[in-house]
Design a protein around this ligand. Structure first.
Ligand SMILES: Cc1cc2nc3c(=O)[nH]c(=O)nc-3n(C[C@H](O)[C@H](O)[C@H](O)COP(=O)(O)O)c2cc1C
Length: 333
């Protein structure tokens, strides 16, 4: 058994939330001791890099939002070989999230159900962590932002506009998360009555930060896999209209048969994510960069998403279940 598989087997003996934290702490310890390079995939990295969203990605494989909620580990994940890491999701103030247990792992089927609810240290502390760890990070850094639990839907845009002001200088790209299933009413933001207005306000903000020039930090929208085709089409059309730079398809799904509350990730949403990506590619063509997330568990999945039109892919559950083996094999494609 290799070191990676041994580590995963040991970690999976513990409750999921604790084991995630300990695994990341373990990696950080190896990093601090200078021992991580032996596990890293530097040799497999694309030497020229990929120009996407006007950014130079060392490779197309990234870490999805929520694995490094507080920006404590992205430099370590970069050292492992990931081309980009999306930290957060940050809210304006610190939040403790929903009651525990709130992460459930289905090891045989390779699925995770979580109802965390944006537990994070808040954007102020989060940015301090970003500032510190960015010094040791060569990849592309996405910062994910979301509305606070107590913010009413009608005022949600204010949270996003404030958060953009906070994170704009530090982020290489900003991920606007309107799709977590674990903050009550968050997904209302993608409904017809709110979405167009919200995205217009957000993209106007981008123009203001820009001072009218077309070059600025890319704004990327992360959407839910549970939209009806009809609404997904409307969302995508608005993204085209307001020139959203990128779309992440997709977050976890609430449509599942598990007895736990929350969104499901992993194998269960593979087909859903592939279908949504295919649909988005049909509508958006090459106008908007597409980032695929959801059920990417093998290097074949990575290759398939790229074939279906993804410019970049993000791992979460696949990394939890297969660790660096998945990253390493994906970088060999
Ligand atoms: C425990 C857990 C926490 C998550 N937290 C966030 C989050 O804070 N922000 C976010 O945008 N996505 C979050 N996600 C969703 C993932 O980023 C990803 O989009 C989703 O899990 C689908 O990918 P996967 O099937 O590869 O896991 C979370 C997922 C899990 C399993």
């Amino acid at each position: 058994m290799n070191l990676n598989r041994l580590g995963i087997s040991l970690a999976h003996l513990l409750p999921p939330e604790l084991s995630n934290k300990l695994s990341l702490e373990g990696l950080k310890l190896l990093y601090n001791l200078g021992l991580l390079s032996s596990m890293s995939n530097q040799g497999f990295q694309n030497s020229t890099g990929d120009q996407i969203l006007n950014l130079n990605f060392p490779n197309k494989i990234g870490v999805a939002g929520g694995l490094d909620k507080n920006a404590d580990y992205f430099h370590v994940l970069g050292k492992l070989g990931f081309g980009f890491v999306e930290v957060g999701t940050f809210t304006l103030k610190p939040q403790s999230g929903n009651p525990k247990p709130r992460v459930h792992r289905f090891t045989k089927e390779k699925n995770i159900v979580n109802s965390l609810g944006f537990n994070n240290v808040g954007v102020y502390q989060g940015l301090k962590n970003v500032e510190r760890n960015k010094l040791s990070f060569d990849g592309v850094l996405g910062i994910s932002i979301g509305k606070s639990k107590e913010t009413k839907t009608i005022n949600a845009y204010k949270d996003y506009l404030h958060l953009i002001d906070y994170v704009h200088d530090q982020a290489d790209y900003i991920a606007i998360n309107i799709s977590s299933p674990n903050t009550e009413n968050l997904r209302d933001l993608s409904s017809e009555s709110y979405f167009r207005d919200l995205i217009e306000k957000i993209m106007n903000k981008k123009d203001q930060l820009n001072g009218g020039f077309s070059q600025t930090k890319p704004f990327i929208l992360k959407i839910s896999p549970d939209e009806s085709k009809e609404n997904l089409e409307k969302i995508l059309m608005s993204c085209l209209e307001f020139k959203v730079d990128g779309i992440i398809l997709n977050n976890s799904s609430i449509e599942h048969d598990k007895k736990f509350k929350g969104g499901i990730s992993g194998n269960y949403i593979k087909k859903l994510s592939e279908d949504n990506l295919t649909f988005a590619k049909q509508i958006c063509g090459d106008e908007i960069s597409l980032i695929s997330s959801g059920g990417i568990m093998t290097k074949e999945d990575v290759a398939k998403r790229i074939n279906l039109g993804a410019d970049l892919v993000q791992l979460y559950s696949g990394f939890i279940f297969y660790g660096t083996d998945l990253l390493k094999s994906s970088l060999e494609i």
